[in-house]
Design a protein around this ligand. Structure first.
Ligand SMILES: [Zn+2]
Ligand SMILES: [Zn+2]
Length: 427
């Protein structure tokens, strides 16, 4: 493995693209705030057993994709492959049910899965994920979808909301049986993966990307015809909630989730802006998961995650990268001017101006070049003559216009304040 390259599937996010990441986060945080969600930060490393128990031992994630290793004590640890289990673990560990009837939590950060890297899919990827714990009613489901929809809309990403219900432990077994019976009769036409899924997790056959499999499941029984009365009522009320908020959606009975713990409502936000149809966000209800992680019996929960890599790709398609700039570069020429510049930038930074100088005190040409590369809005040029006369040269880097700026014997803070006013946009 080359030591001077990032690992395969791991990517540096450079300063010229960071503004897109920050915008995604800023918009999401603002929408989370409006919906009364609070941030929680949980560790990247957790005991392996947490994910085996929550995600399920015979899922692709646990079987093949987790970064799992023994630490020096011989404990098996895993880099989190998703955000829900750690947040639920924290909810149980800190007894957050005592703090409020319903916990509304979000977290933003890196997740890790050893998958084949492709465009928009990395081994270290980033998610914004949201959990509502302690509310069972269908309006919460609709509210969450509306929130995800609002985040994408604010970012200018057009994504369609697709919804489905996966039923519950009362009604899903009958559906599973009907589905398996149907698929068994067509086993020979399914792809290798789906033949395996048929034995382990038949629901997953429904969302196989293989064209032949898609054609085969077209006629399969629909889960929505098998929902028990409470599940059917719940699904209808979710749709009524979306209608009440005028959030557009479509039903997709082929949408299932990769993880075992989902039940009742599931949803995805699907875009075709990245070529083939792909989900930028997905979520669902996981009543029962909290109890299985040691929480109170029958604690309901629902959540979703939005993948940030794909969002950033979508935003980047519409705008070029940009190198972040600074307000002011101070070119101090010679030892005395350099000293003055050093005092002045500190005073300017104290009142909010972003500024830099050449700490190694290079020549004028070199320093003007540095000012250009730093994307400085203005450059203040100070040499021995300017120090003597108390008048430096202030250059607007965009227009090239130059004008005098006072650097006389006044208190350095007074000089800084006057200069800050000079370089304000529009001044
Ligand atoms: Zn049911
Ligand atoms: Zn298949």
């Amino acid at each position: 493995m080359a030591q001077t390259k990032a690992l395969k599937g791991f990517k540096d996010i450079l300063p010229n693209e960071i503004h897109l990441w920050q915008r995604v986060e800023d918009v999401a945080r603002d929408i989370f705030r409006r919906f009364a969600f609070f941030e929680i930060r949980v560790p990247v490393l957790e005991p392996t057993a947490l994910f085996v128990r929550s995600i399920g031992a015979d899922t692709d994630i646990v079987e093949k994709e987790m970064y799992t290793f023994n630490d020096k004590n011989g404990d098996s640890l895993t880099m989190r492959p998703e955000g829900t289990a750690p947040v639920l673990r924290a909810y149980v560990e800190h007894a957050l049910h005592l703090k409020s009837k319903v916990a509304r939590l979000y977290t933003i950060g890196p997740m890790f899965r050893h998958e084949r890297p492709q465009k928009g899919r990395l081994r270290q990827f980033h998610q914004m994920s949201v959990e509502v714990i302690g509310a069972a009613g269908p309006l919460v489901d609709a509210e969450l979808m509306a929130m995800a929809h609002m985040i994408l809309a604010r970012l200018g990403v057009s994504a369609a909301l697709e919804i489905n219900s996966l039923g519950c432990p009362d009604c899903r077994p009958a559906y599973n049986k009907a589905l398996v019976d149907f698929l068994e009769s067509r086993r020979d036409n399914l792809c290798d993966d789906c033949r395996r899924r048929l034995d382990k997790n038949p629901l997953r056959v429904l969302d196989c990307k293989n064209k032949k499999c898609r054609a085969e499941v077209e006629e399969s029984p629909a889960i929505t015809d098998f929902l028990c009365l409470p599940c059917g009522d719940h699904f209808a009320a979710v749709r009524a909630g979306l209608d009440a908020m005028a959030v557009p959606y479509r039903k997709n009975r082929f949408m299932v989730r990769g993880l075992d713990y989902y039940r009742r409502t599931t949803f995805e936000l699907v875009t075709d802006q990245l070529g083939a149809q792909s989900a930028v966000g997905a979520g669902g209800r996981y009543d029962g998961l909290i109890e299985s992680l040691g929480g109170a019996k029958n604690t309901p929960g629902i959540g979703f995650a939005i993948g940030m890599e794909r969002l950033v790709l979508l935003l980047a398609a519409n705008e070029p990268g940009q190198t972040p700039g600074i307000d002011l570069f101070i070119a101090g020429l010679g030892a005395a001017a350099g000293n003055y510049a050093f005092r002045l930038i500190h005073a300017l930074r104290g009142i909010g101006i972003s500024c830099a100088m050449d700490m190694d005190n290079g020549g004028l040409k070199s320093q003007m070049k540095q000012a250009g590369k730093a994307k400085a809005g203005h450059t203040l040029i100070i040499g021995d003559d300017e120090l003597a006369t108390g008048q430096a040269v202030l250059r607007n880097m965009a227009s090239g216009e130059q004008r005098p700026a006072a650097i006389d014997d006044n208190d350095i803070n007074t000089i800084a304040t006057a200069l800050a006013a000079e370089i304000q946009p529009g001044a």
